[in-house]
Design a binder for this molecule. Sequence first.
Ligand code: SF4
Length: 434
Amino acid sequence: MQLCCHGLILKGHGYVCNEGFIYFAGSKERVRVIFDDALIEQTHDIIDSLRQLQEPDAVIPEPLINSAKCPRCSLVTICMPDEIAFFKKENQPPRTIVPRCEDTFPLYVQEPGTFIKKNGGILEIRKDKEKLGEARLEEISQVSLFGPVGISTPTVHELIRRGVSVNYHSTGGWFVGRTDGPWHKNVELRTFQYKKSFDPACCLALARKFVRAKIANCRTLLRRNSNDKADDSVLFSLEQYKTKAEKATSLETLLGIEGGAAAAYFSRFRDMLCGENFRFDFSGRNRRPPKDPVNTMLSFAYAMLTREWVNTLTSVGFDPYRGFFHQPRFGRPALALDMMESFRPLVADSVVITAINNREIKPDDFQQTPLGCHFSGAGKKKFIKTFERRLAHEITHPIFGYKISYRRVFEVQARLLARFLAGEIDYYPDFTTR
Ligand code: SF4
């Protein structure tokens, strides 16, 4: 029918076109397609039905089930037909997902006083008259600027045109905001999101999932990495908090459970660090500003994770500022904070542990001032590298069984949440590792 459409366009322009050919490169076969009345009628019917889909009250068709077309479809990573069918119990576990081509990379610029501008297809990073670095525009997935770093308006325009977001962080790493193109066109999704966010039962059901998954993942991280395997009292208490979270009857109760679990978890966080010669000590969470290197790393990692989730949710079509567990507050990306709960231990805390235990970060990568503890320029650079490595790290998906990077897991989770809010699947599957 696609070929027939081409034929009809040619006919419409006065050409004689009664047949076409499809060439199958794999089998080197040429197949003739005659544009007879039956095919033309079928093609017109399809065009009409596609037009109807543009009507405001049209329902988007459900993904195909177990179709041979899907694995090679360009929409498979958005449509996720096997994953949706899996949750509807209509299919076997999903076939290996066709990975999204990850041949673009994030660009971080943190040197104070630098300025970024476009020169042809290249982004140049300059300070005074000296060129500090450059990056090819087509290889950039996102741009993150830390502190007083400038960027020219034509460069921002070009990045927006290419669908590349520009993220702004404070010098200390706090996520300030982002510049992006116009809103995602999927307004339907935001309508579902807003409607459900005013439904207390739905908010509580989702909040239970977020908190339960976070506690479960904290427990797993502690179980795997603790140097003191003999003392499992905190593991036991985290298990209890997890059970309580599953049964919580209000968001306020959940907040209390989350706070209690966090206190228990961070009381044993030091056990996961083996920095005998590195003087990395940790006696509990403190922030705004963090007072010691471990808290500096944790706060920075959470800020980067927030930014990743804001980007992921926006790219899928959500409003990152309207959440279910975290309540709306001016400037707070509540949905990003909701969705990142289960990934705090798996990504952010894990990066801190890796950076210390692999000795990628050392105490002289920090500066202590009366206002708190800060990364040095070199320290921040090393930490960002470790963080990006974690996002690109491939794991076996605990439900679907295929290999997938954490960055892609974020997108899959966001799309599953969208399907849940649209009523296509019965529950939102949270993400926990074993
Ligand atoms: S992936 Fe989705 S859009 Fe593509 S063929 Fe399958 S069901 Fe259709």
